[in-house]
Design a protein around this ligand. Structure first.
Ligand code: NDP
Ligand code: 8X3
Length: 259
């Protein structure tokens, strides 16, 4: 897959699974050099091996917890030890915890969702901004969600977090106007990754039901979009891209076949 991204430095948060891992493979195929972060180092090492196999000339992995400022700072110090520039920052780390109504809400779940999906994006962006080159097509690529556009029952904190991510993206684009740095959000609907397994705290049967009888997006579908967005000519900014499975006409309208 040739995209003009060869040898660009791409930093991906949450690269140990799902979209982040698929993005590492896809940017690897495009010939990018990769800096991968997440909390599970063993999983990152497996992803790194796949990305090298796919064609990446250089892959580094390092522990990263985006919910913790010292961890973000230590990660960025590690990045600075490998390169003085980051061409693409993919703020992907995040997810949901639980599907409780507000009345039944759990503090720890709310705090995790806001820490990762909102403050994590702010922390990572603040830390990496000085490394993004000016006027060279550098890109901040945030992963939002359909949940940032439309609310659903049990999703109050997650929907609020992804709406927060959307507004961070919009504010950043205004703040960075004139620098040549592009700011995009890619907002998927239902995609089968470990997202629901994490949301339902390891309940695999409940997680599987979310995608039952319908064809969800794959992590690869989303990763290919990320490579496409980052690979546009330097003067082109893809502002907001909402992508859903054909079976999902709207957040509450999902076509399911009998199973
Ligand atoms: P996965 O659960 O498969 O991947 C989530 C990734 O985020 C993992 O690599 C995990 O790594 C990482 N992560 C979670 N918390 C932290 C943290 N505190 N610090 C660093 N890394 C962290 O789910 P997806 O790939 O689906 O999710 C990726 C993004 O896409 C999330 O922001 C999610 O909200 C969003 N999204 C998902 C959709 C879906 O339907 N799947 C649809 C729309 C958006 P580790 O545990 O090793 O730290
Ligand atoms: C994940 C998509 O609809 O499960 O962001 O919230 S949804």
């Amino acid at each position: 897959m040739l995209s003009g991204l060869e040898n660009k430095w791409v930093l991906i948060t949450g690269a140990s699974s799902g979209f982040g891992a698929a993005a590492a493979r896809a940017f690897g195929e495009a010939g990018c050099r990769l800096l991968l972060g997440a909390r599970r180092l063993d999983r990152l090492e497996d992803v790194a091996a796949e990305a090298r196999q796919a064609g990446s000339p250089e892959v580094g992995v390092q522990v990263l917890d985006v919910s913790n400022t010292p961890s973000v700072e230590a990660f960025t110090a590690w990045v600075r030890g490998r390169t003085d520039r980051v061409d693409v920052l993919v703020n992907n780390a995040g997810g949901a915890q639980g599907l409780n109504s507000v009345a039944e809400g759990v503090d720890a779940d709310w705090e995790t969702m806001l820490q990762t999906n909102v403050l994590g994006v702010l922390r990572m962006t603040r830390a990496v901004l000085p490394l993004l080159p000016r006027d060279a097509g550098a890109t901040i690529l945030n992963i939002g969600s359909i949940a940032g556009h439309v609310a659903y029952e049990g999703g109050a904190a997650y929907c609020a977090a992804k709406a927060g991510e959307l507004q961070i993206t919009r504010a950043l684009r205004l703040e960075l106007n004139g620098t040549g740095i592009r700011v995009s959000t890619v907002d998927p609907g239902l995609a089968e990754t470990e997202f629901s397994l994490v949301r339902f705290k390891g309940d695999a049967a409940r997680a599987k039901k979310v995608y039952e009888g319908m064809q969800a997006l794959t992590a690869r579908d989303v990763a290919e979009i990320l490579v496409w967005v980052a690979g546009r000519p330097a003067h082109v900014n893809i502002d907001e891209l909402l992508v859903k499975p054909v079976d999902q006409a709207a957040i509450h309208k999902v076509h399911r076949r009998p199973v």
